[in-house]
Ligand binder design. Structure first.
Ligand code: IPE
Ligand code: IPE
Ligand code: MG
Length: 253
């Protein structure tokens, strides 16, 4: 049992610096109320503001939200359109607030499949909030973990082709430096709402040693109390990274 498990809470109590969330369950939330998925997406967006504030208060440096996967284009066109409209209005409405809070916004994903108008709104929101020192909000939109790794591999291939580096120099570090989020603290805690227990092509590389937390709660019902439950569960985890915890099994070895 770890030191934490024995109830001895020293100064080393684990606090997440980076939390990522797969915001899932909007459709089921709406269906249970006899509403269309759109109503669920609208309600889901409303949860974000309080969570940003809560993360700031709890010293979480980065909050990464999975908003739209590269596979979500397969949804019915009307639903995709609504999601794009919601994303656009969210950026328009919330960027100023984030700037005031000192929260830097970053959008990760492909971008080129978004309308020029949405691409502009993303660029403007990022420019407005740039340099915020109280935390970072990352929105993953048209993001796929496999795409992310492929684009890192493509960058390395280009460097080899141009003679900047050798094939032998390609290793985990080289790739890790080229996937998205590389300049931010590692994802400590990855939460998924709605009871699904899969990664759905989210941060495949970056989640190598993230702690996972699954909750049955549907995203539009996910509030600050749920966030605190997830953080409390995280504090109980014994992160070993393949090694042994201090008071682990050495004595029996
Ligand atoms: C998550 O909610 C939001 C997006 C994927 C954009 P869903 O729309 O996937 O909700 P369920 O899974 O159908 O309940
Ligand atoms: C993952 O949810 C993507 C987002 C939450 C943005 P999905 O609802 O698209 O995932 P699957 O289809 O259940 O795996
Ligand atoms: Mg879903």
């Amino acid at each position: 049992m770890s030191a934490r498990g024995t109830g001895v809470t020293g100064p080393e109590v684990l606090e997440p610096r980076h939390i990522a969330i797969i915001m899932d369950g909007n459709g089921r939330w709406a269906a249970r109320k006899g509403l269309s998925p759109s109503a669920g997406h609208k309600a889901g967006v409303e949860r974000i503001r309080d969570l940003i504030e809560a993360c700031k208060e709890r010293g979480v440096e980065v909050l990464t939200l999975f908003a739209f996967s590269s596979e979500n284009w397969q949804r019915p066109p009307k639903e995709v359109e609504l999601l794009m409209t919601l994303f656009h209005s969210y950026l328009r409405r919330e960027a100023r607030r984030m700037q005031e809070q000192g929260v830097e916004l970053r959008v990760i994903g492909r971008r080129d499949r978004f309308s020029p108008r949405l691409q502009r709104a993303i660029a403007e929101a990022e420019a407005l909030t740039r340099g915020g020192v109280n935390g970072t909000l990352v929105i993953a939109a048209d993001y796929g973990g496999q795409w992310d790794i492929a684009q890192a591999a493509r960058m390395l291939a280009q460097e080899v082709a141009s003679g900047e580096r050798s094939v032998d120099s390609i290793d985990e570090t080289a790739l890790a430096e080229r996937v998205l989020l590389a300049d931010l603290p590692p994802v400590d805690l990855l939460i998924r709402s709605s009871g699904e227990q899969r990664i759905s092509n989210f941060i495949l590389w970056q989640a190598a040693y993230s702690e996972f937390y699954f909750t049955e709660t549907l995203w539009p019902d996910f509030g600050v109390a749920e966030l605190d439950d997830a953080i409390a569960a995280f504090r109980q985890r014994d992160r070993r990274y393949g090694g042994r915890s201090e008071d682990g099994l050495e004595a029996q070895a």
